[in-house]
Ligand binder design. Structure first.
Ligand SMILES: NC(=O)c1ccc[n+]([C@@H]2O[C@H](COP(=O)([O-])OP(=O)(O)OC[C@H]3O[C@@H](n4cnc5c(N)ncnc54)[C@H](O)[C@@H]3O)[C@@H](O)[C@H]2O)c1
Ligand SMILES: N[C@@H](CCO)C(=O)O
Ligand code: NA
Length: 435
């Protein structure tokens, strides 16, 4: 068979490893595909940079559109919206299948790209975009195609997991932990997308779209990052036998009248130390998928890093290439269900509420009354005196609630903050996961 022409766009952490594996595994890849894969060029921003021994300098070009024009398969590893979007659209329109790891682009402009793939009669694969090396999107799209996914819950950002892990195990504060993540190459020079939860929210949108056959955009995802997580929150979690993790949670919801919907959120949460997600350390990722017939499935592995991510890219490349050789096409976008997105207020969760209160008779009763008035039930209460030399005695009161709607919990917290005996609402964090 004639070789299939492969264009690589971007030669950074992932692109370099993809180029290297394409060359070192060339023979095996040809066997698996049924035709040789010929890397015809690598689009870069500047030709001058030294890219090490793995990159053949004669393949480098700054003319990405020209490279795309001649390709059967295009691998986009530039990242960001433009020029990645225009180049992918050009490739799909020109009849080339595309493999990308670009979650930001997919979560924002996915529909436009899928439609272009459909029109071009070609494929668009993106396993690397969510949880790096971990095979997760293909299992959801293909292996679970006969089942109904109820929930996807997981840690999908390596940088923030590393930061929270260091705050927990090494007692670092937030900025020291971020600095360490940067020095190890996990966090970018500008870690905003990671620490503010944008990266995880884009991944959650992609996961929810696949799991629920519904278009979910990044903007549909309720997003809170980890910048507000304090050493105090991490210590409070420890006291109740929990750890703080940044979670992505995609759920199929069912209203009282049976109407189904979807809720998608990314936020820090306390989870019991005995929960399998609690033991996901460092920059690793782990995702639980709960389906009606299959039950709970857990996917675990390296969610970031050039080499692990390259594995997912090449897996997609082999699939797309094999289909091309066989004249077939894998499944395209599936959005037939188009379930409505439910507002955050309807989400059912538990809260850990930490208060500073006046240490005088009746305080506990007043707090309990406010909570009960909002229809929220208390799971545990812990009170501790705060040492103070002057004025009235103060105490720290920690309440963990039973599950209630987010709206009821929010209203409870504002009512508590308004009580004269509450000096400060020290921290509020959701509690997720069963023991
Ligand atoms: N690094 C990871 O762990 C990881 C994991 C999963 C997914 N991804 C995704 O993979 C993609 C690439 O990530 P990365 O870590 O390799 O990024 P990177 O920043 O290391 O590499 C991107 C490269 O693209 C180059 N580039 C920028 N504009 C260009 C242009 N117009 N033409 C050609 N090259 C251009 C940059 O100079 C850089 O070398 C991103 O979409 C990222 O989100 C990365
Ligand atoms: N910045 C991302 C890379 C993988 O998508 C992370 O830390 O998980
Ligand atoms: Na993956």
């Amino acid at each position: 068979m004639d070789p299939l022409k492969v264009a690589l766009l971007g030669c950074g952490s992932v692109g370099t490893q993809v180029a290297r594996l394409l060359s070192t595994h060339a023979e095996e890849l040809a066997q698996r595909v049924g035709a040789p894969l010929e890397l015809t060029g690598i689009a870069v921003r500047t030709l001058e940079a030294d890219r090490g021994p793995d990159i053949d300098p004669s393949l480098l070009t700054t003319d990405a559109p020209e490279l795309v024009k001649r390709a059967d398969l295009v691998i986009e590893l530039i990242g960001g919206i433009e020029p990645a979007r225009t180049l992918i659209l050009q490739a799909l329109a020109g009849g080339a299948s595309v493999v990308t790891g670009n979650k930001a682009l997919l979560a924002e402009h996915g529909p436009q790209l899928y439609e272009a793939a459909e029109r071009g009669g070609v494929e668009l694969y993106y396993e690397a975009a969510v949880a790096g090396a971990i095979p997760l999107l293909r299992p959801i799209r293909e292996s679970l195609a006969g089942d109904r996914v109820r929930r996807v819950l997981g840690i999908v950002n390596g940088t923030t997991n590393y930061v929270l892990d260091k705050m927990d195990t090494a007692g670092l504060d937030f900025s020291a932990a971020v600095a360490q993540a940067q020095s190890l190459g996990y966090a970018e020079a500008d870690p905003t997308a990671d620490v503010e939860g944008y990266d995880a929210a884009a991944k959650a949108a992609i996961l929810a779209s696949l799991a629920f056959h519904t278009r979910v955009h990044a903007a549909d995802v309720h997003r809170e990052g980890i910048t507000q997580v304090s050493a105090g929150d991490v210590a409070s979690a420890k006291q109740i036998g929990a750890v703080v993790k940044l979670l992505a949670i995609c759920e199929r919801t069912v209203a009282a009248d049976g109407a189904e919907g979807v809720s998608v959120r990314v936020h820090p949460a306390m989870i019991p130390a005995s929960h399998p997600l609690a033991s996901v350390r460092g920059a690793f990722n782990a995702v639980f998928v709960e389906a009606e017939a299959a039950g709970e499935l857990m996917f675990y592995g390296q969610g970031a890093g050039g080499l692990p991510t390259a594995s997912a890219v090449l897996g997609d490349l082999v699939s797309a290439a094999r289909n091309r050789v066989g004249g077939s096409r894998g499944p395209g976008e599936s959005t037939y269900a188009q379930l409505p997105l439910r507002p955050m207020g309807e989400v059912i969760t538990r809260y850990h509420i930490s208060l500073d209160v006046a240490d005088r008779p009746g305080v506990l009763a007043s707090v309990a009354k406010v909570i009960a008035e909002h229809g929220v039930s208390i799971e545990t209460v812990r009170q501790q005196q705060i040492e103070s030399e002057v004025g009235e005695g103060r105490a720290s009161l920690v309440v963990v609630t039973h599950a209630a709607t987010e709206a009821a919990l929010e209203a409870t917290v504002s009512a508590l903050a308004g009580l004269e005996i509450v000096t400060a609402v020290v921290g509020v964090m959701r509690v997720e996961g069963e023991d």
